[in-house]
Ligand binder design. Structure first.
Ligand SMILES: Nc1ncnc2c1ncn2[C@@H]1O[C@H](COP(=O)(O)OP(=O)(O)O)[C@@H](O)[C@H]1O
Ligand SMILES: [Mg+2]
Length: 351
């Protein structure tokens, strides 16, 4: 553990890529459907492209049910995919066996929303971290090596002095401390990429910033590639280098976080930003998690709207939007800023 060189790989190196990633969950068929040819499915994720690079945070933003967790679980190889590809260092990967899964997990680790559910209540922090170190062969040879590695893990997540926490049970810690343990456990694998699925949304607003700052510090020290999933676009601006916006299973906008949050191009991104009026919410007291996020509801993903999935809610919708699925189009303000919206098609602009 002591030998981990900090920031050894070149920054910007591509670690993980999703290419046209697609996941449809079959819907259980009712008796009368058995005699028909209907095969309904939830179109949870369709044609998602995403690149995670060393030393960078990519935020995946969207309201509840937009497919964010499904993207993370696909990238973690927890589900088989319906279509598309996942590449680890350029190599297409499909994990089937236990040993291949373990090898994949050593490089790509997930952090979940609820740190209480992800830690076993009957085991101590020492048990959880020891297990992670041993599974990934990072526990050293002797008891002293293991003890040293355990102390280092807790120090990395600022749970110090480590001996105060090692023999505690999850319920003896606060939510923020539990999430720090979950992060330490993920680091026990010495991963290259972290997939953090709403890592702060269950925590008190007052401690969210501390956890995001910790993740940022770890990103820099260990050159981690981080996918940061959130429904809070304001936190994406604060924390992420790149921001991707997802709506009803599809990516609708992407670019550097500053541009996407300050000059949003897609009508859905604008709606998200307008309905999150308090940009300092991360440190403030209000929480709009359960509030209405604007007019209308997200569509059914069993029969998603044709064309642009946002068109039924879109104030700018044109006839074309209900017929043709928009392709990603360059906005032209900043390199790399795109939106899947026909408003930015040059032939529309010319009209
Ligand atoms: N295991 C599953 N089986 C069937 N449908 C699922 C499953 N997991 C997620 N879904 C559906 O996929 C859609 C996207 O869900 P999810 O990825 O959890 O969204 P988010 O994380 O953005 O809230 C939702 O409609 C959800 O009901
Ligand atoms: Mg989710």
């Amino acid at each position: 553990m002591t030998s981990i060189p900090e920031a050894k790989a070149p920054a910007d190196e591509v670690v993980l890529e999703a290419i046209g990633l697609t996941k449809h969950f079959p819907v259980r068929r009712r008796l009368r459907d058995l005699f028909s040819n209907r095969h309904d499915a939830v179109h949870a994720v369709d044609d998602v492209h995403l690149t995670l690079r060393r030393g960078q945070v990519v935020a995946l933003v969207g309201e509840s049910g937009s497919g964010k967790s499904t993207v993370a679980r696909l990238l973690a190889q927890l589900y088989p995919r319906t279509g598309g590809d996942i590449r680890l260092h350029g190599q297409s990967t499909k994990v089937k066996s236990g040993s291949a899964f373990r090898a994949y997990c050593a490089r790509v680790q997930m952090i979940f929303q609820d740190p209480f559910a992800s830690l076993n209540p009957v085991h101590t922090i020492r048990y959880h971290l020891t297990r992670a170190l041993k599974i990934h062969g990072n526990a050293g040879k002797t008891d002293a090596d293991l003890e040293k590695a355990l102390h280092e893990l807790l120090q990395r997540v600022s749970l110090t002095p480590p001996e105060r926490y090692l023999d505690k049970f999850p319920h003896e810690l606060s939510g923020g401390q539990r999430q720090r343990v979950a992060i330490a456990r993920a680091l026990g694998a010495e991963p290259e990429a972290l997939l953090a699925d709403e890592p702060v949304s269950m925590l008190d607003v007052s401690i969210r910033l501390g956890i995001l700052n910790l993740l940022r510090d770890l990103k820099e020290r260990f050159n981690l590639a981080i996918l940061y999933i959130t429904h809070d676009i304001a936190s994406a601006r604060y924390f992420a280098d790149q921001t991707m916006v997802m709506y009803a299973g599809r990516m609708v906008e992407g670019g550097d976080s500053e541009t996407v949050t300050q000059s949003p191009a897609h009508p859905y991104t604008r709606l998200l930003i307008d309905s999150a009026p308090d940009p300092d919410r991360l440190t403030g007291v209000s929480d709009v998690e359960d509030e209405d996020r604007g007019n209308g509801e997200p569509p059914s993903l069993i029969h998603p709207p044709a064309g642009c999935r946002f068109h039924p809610r879109c104030p700018m919708a044109m006839p074309r939007c209900s017929a043709e699925t928009p392709v990603p189009l360059e906005i032209g303000d900043v390199p790399g800023h795109w939106a899947a919206c026909w408003l930015y098609d040059s032939s529309e602009v010319a009209k």
